[in-house]
Design a protein around this ligand. Structure first.
Ligand SMILES: NC(=O)c1ccc[n+]([C@@H]2O[C@H](COP(=O)([O-])OP(=O)(O)OC[C@H]3O[C@@H](n4cnc5c(N)ncnc54)[C@H](O)[C@@H]3O)[C@@H](O)[C@H]2O)c1
Length: 316
């Protein structure tokens, strides 16, 4: 393909689950988007997959013109067409340090002046794969939640050498395209989101292993309880609401309980094969493997309904 590259488009490198989601975020916001994936079969199926997701979003009144959005997306068969001339590149290749290093090395020398590269990595600090990259001060992490067009959070995590204007540019762009960026001031494994999720998962596995409840009942505690509030407020605001005198009062009343719980978990273990197999058996009895994809679609439809509710709430 030899299309002339316009100035200032968005480049997507890696067009799997997350790269596809990012494509919708940017194209929905009016950006011209160029997409590259190393796998020919992924490139061949890409537009059809995105078109299906756009139709679903339209069903939930979350966008108006799927065809216009689709018209802003071009799938390319080489990296240069996507990176050259782009003002922002979102990298979403496999979660392996060597793969991220290789693609960052390929992207770095092709960057236009001022371009920024955000990685979708779920937990690898970008300093682990950009140290020797050309233009390394233009690289940082922009970690989404899947699918990014329904869950707006983006963790922006600079490496020690990321330039301040690249950090500011990433935060501004994410806000402009309708995402909700948070700045993680310095690198930490797992960033904020997966560290929070990790604490909850660790306790869920432990409670299950110790036989306190079924996986279904542990899940229900979140879906029918904690998670309802968490869809619109975080843990600090939650506890601020849960004592007459706010967060300080809550800390005085319940701080000792949480401290005691924390002290009871002193020796973290890997999730064992037996434990994983036990939870897997319970899950597969409830949801056979062949119904997993259907349930994932159900989840996305529930998220769309929630996004529609939130956007109505925001305009009230
Ligand atoms: N899946 C999630 O829930 C989720 C959420 C947030 C962040 N992430 C992160 O996003 C990234 C992508 O994850 P995913 O779930 O989309 O994986 P995926 O396997 O669906 O997609 C990865 C894509 O990258 C392509 N690829 C690999 N090497 C490449 C290269 N050198 N050049 C171009 N394309 C290349 C692959 O062909 C594949 O299509 C990972 O870093 C992951 O940790 C995933």
């Amino acid at each position: 393909m030899s299309v002339k590259i316009g100035a200032g488009h968005i480049g997507i490198v890696g067009a799997g689950l997350v790269g596809g989601g990012w494509t919708i975020v940017f194209a929905r916001a009016g950006e011209q988007v160029r997409v590259y994936d190393a796998a020919a079969d992924i490139r061949d199926r890409f537009m059809e997959i995105v078109a299906g997701q756009l139709d679903d979003l339209k069903t939930y009144d979350l966008l108006d013109e799927p065809a216009a959005i689709l018209g802003r997306i071009i799938i390319c068969d080489n990296l240069g067409e996507v990176v050259e001339g782009a003002r922002f590149i979102q990298e979403s290749v496999f979660e392996q340090t060597d793969v991220k290093t290789e693609i960052s090395n390929a992207i770095g020398p092709l960057l236009s002046d001022g371009a920024i590269v955000g990685s979708s990595t779920s937990g690898i600090p970008s300093s682990a794969f950009t140290e020797h990259v050309v233009n390394r001060e233009r690289f940082l992490v922009t970690h989404p939640v899947n699918p990014p067009y329904l869950a707006p959070i983006v963790e922006v995590v600079p490496a020690p050498w990321t330039a301040k204007d690249a950090i500011d540019g990433a935060l501004a762009l994410m806000t402009a395209v309708g995402q909700s960026p948070v700045l993680v001031r310095r690198e930490v494994e797992g960033f904020i989101l997966n560290r929070l999720q990790g604490v909850l998962l660790r306790e869920a596995w432990d409670l299950y292993q110790e036989g306190y409840a079924s996986a279904e009942d542990i899940d229900k505690t979140v879906s029918e309880g904690l998670g309802l509030r968490w869809s619109f407020m975080g843990p600090f605001e939650t506890i601020d609401m849960n004592a007459p005198g706010g967060v300080a009062d809550y800390a005085e009343r319940l701080g000792p309980l949480y401290h005691s719980i924390q002290k009871s978990r002193t020796d973290p273990q890997p999730w064992s094969a037996e434990l994983i197999s036990a939870v897997d058996n319970e899950r597969r009895a409830k949801l056979p493997m062949e119904k997993l994809a259907e349930r994932r679609k159900w989840r996305d439809r529930r998220l769309m309904a929630l996004a529609a509710h939130r956007s109505k709430q925001a305009s009230e």
